[in-house]
Design a protein around this ligand. Structure first.
Ligand SMILES: *Cc1c(COP(=O)(O)O)cnc(C)c1O
Length: 404
């Protein structure tokens, strides 16, 4: 069970007012709020042991290196990767995807096919389009169905011995759909394709076991799971990461450098050129500690309750249409009211202290599928309450009255 009142004390920002009203933060799918424990880990680093890692013999450098590597191990354990060197620190999901895409430039050619789902974030579409332009490989789309789920029959038909890579998010950021990744992974492996799962939207809400899933590549960002911005991970099975050439050249990613020949460091350093976001990595570890202190299953159960309540209450509003009615969803509600532009609703909600996202949510193909310019998206977290949802319902009704 979740003690929301207690948990909210960990989030100083939830006490602030916006336009004179207590903040209601329902933009968690864009970025989550940060608990004191995570903020303190950043302050502690800068106040007490700020130093560059891996290179120094002095005490501060060793303390910083230890904390950074401990964070890597926390993340490894949390997602159950086999080895900590399979966890590569990146600046986020987008960066992690680009590392894979860049690595495959030398491994693909004409005749190869890549499959991408119709409900991906732009960051899981554009790098693959760029990869196809460079290699001559072909990108094919796994279509979606009106309820916001993937068309699994069509997926089966698209898979072939030509398929090299498959890209699917674990959870859609625009619709909240939880994709059946076990099935998607098994089907990809049956034709010897590798699969990349974008976990940015799932990691904060549902447990993920990389080994049990037999995942090839997994990417996620800290800032959606109560961590800071500008840090995330690329996970890959060792053998697969070893296949990929380095992404950037520089310090930290080499074994030896001479002007005749440079040899590269092993995992994970091969992909971590330059001074990383040290405080961010440490804080990502603190965020994992925080999530574990509450329990991902308790989080999932409570958010499911919020989703059910919000769906029921919002559905009472005449003319309100929810996009994405998958049987398995995280606590995301994407909606429109009649013909009102989502931006206008968002603006009125903001005046009432309620933060939602409006627009295409970096998933334009989904909006094209539904033939809409965008939606209003309310996305909930374990620190939100039913009272806040009641305020949202009142505010949407008010916006509807003003705008219709
Ligand atoms: C947020 C998000 C991304 C991009 O994450 P960044 O932290 O901006 O790199 C990618 N995919 C999904 C599903 C997301 O929700």
């Amino acid at each position: 069970m979740i003690d929301v009142a207690r948990i909210r004390e960990d989030f100083p920002i939830l006490n602030r007012k916006v336009h004179g009203q207590p903040l209601v933060y329902f933009d968690n799918a864009a970025t989550s709020q940060t608990p004191k424990q995570v903020i303190n880990s950043i302050v502690d680093y800068y106040e007490n042991y700020n130093a560059n890692i891996h290179r120094g013999v002095h005490a501060l450098s060793q303390e910083a290196t230890d904390a950074y590597e401990q964070a890597r191990i926390k993340i490894q354990k949390h997602f159950n990767a086999a080895h900590s060197h399979e966890i590569i620190f990146t600046s986020g999901t987008t960066h992690a995807i680009n590392i894979i895409a860049s690595g495959y430039q030398t491994l693909l050619g004409p005749g190869d096919e890549l499959l991408v789902s119709a409900m991906e974030h732009h960051s899981n579409i554009v790098p693959w389009q760029m990869l196809c332009e460079k290699t001559g490989a072909q990108l094919k789309v796994i279509p979606m169905l009106p309820n916001g789920t993937l068309d699994l029959e069509a997926y089966q038909k698209l898979l072939s011995p030509r398929t090299q890579l498959v890209f699917v998010n674990h959870v859609s950021n625009a619709l909240g759909t939880i994709n059946p990744i076990e099935k998607l992974i098994a089907a990809a492996h049956a034709v010897d394709a590798k699969i990349v799962i974008d976990g940015a939207q799932a990691a904060p809400h549902i447990a993920t076991d990389l080994q049990q899933l037999d995942l090839d590549y997994y990417v996620t960002s800290a800032h959606k799971i109560c961590g800071p911005t500008g840090v995330g991970i690329l996970y890959g099975k060792s053998a697969l990461l070893n296949l990929l050439p380095p992404y950037q050249g520089g310090g930290e990613m080499i074994a030896t450098v001479t002007f005749e020949k440079t040899t590269y460091a092993g995992l994970p350093h091969k992909f971590e050129a330059g001074t990383p976001n040290i405080a961010g990595g440490i804080a990502f570890g603190a965020a994992i500690d925080y999530i574990q202190s509450i329990g991902i299953d308790a989080i999932a159960a409570y958010e499911e309750e919020l989703l059910r309540y919000a769906t029921a209450q919002l559905s009472k509003i005449e003319g309100l249409k929810i996009y994405g009615q998958a049987p398995h969803k995280t606590a995301v509600i994407s909606f429109n009211v009649g013909a009102i532009h989502p931006y206008d609703i968002g603006t009125i909600l903001d005046k009432m202290g309620i933060a939602v996202r409006t627009g295409h949510h970096c998933a334009q193909p989904i909006m094209d599928y539904y033939q809409i310019p965008g939606t209003v998206r309310a996305s909930f977290s374990f620190y939100n309450t039913k009272e806040e949802i009641d305020r949202l319902v009142v505010a949407v009704n008010k916006a509807k009255m003003m705008l219709e």
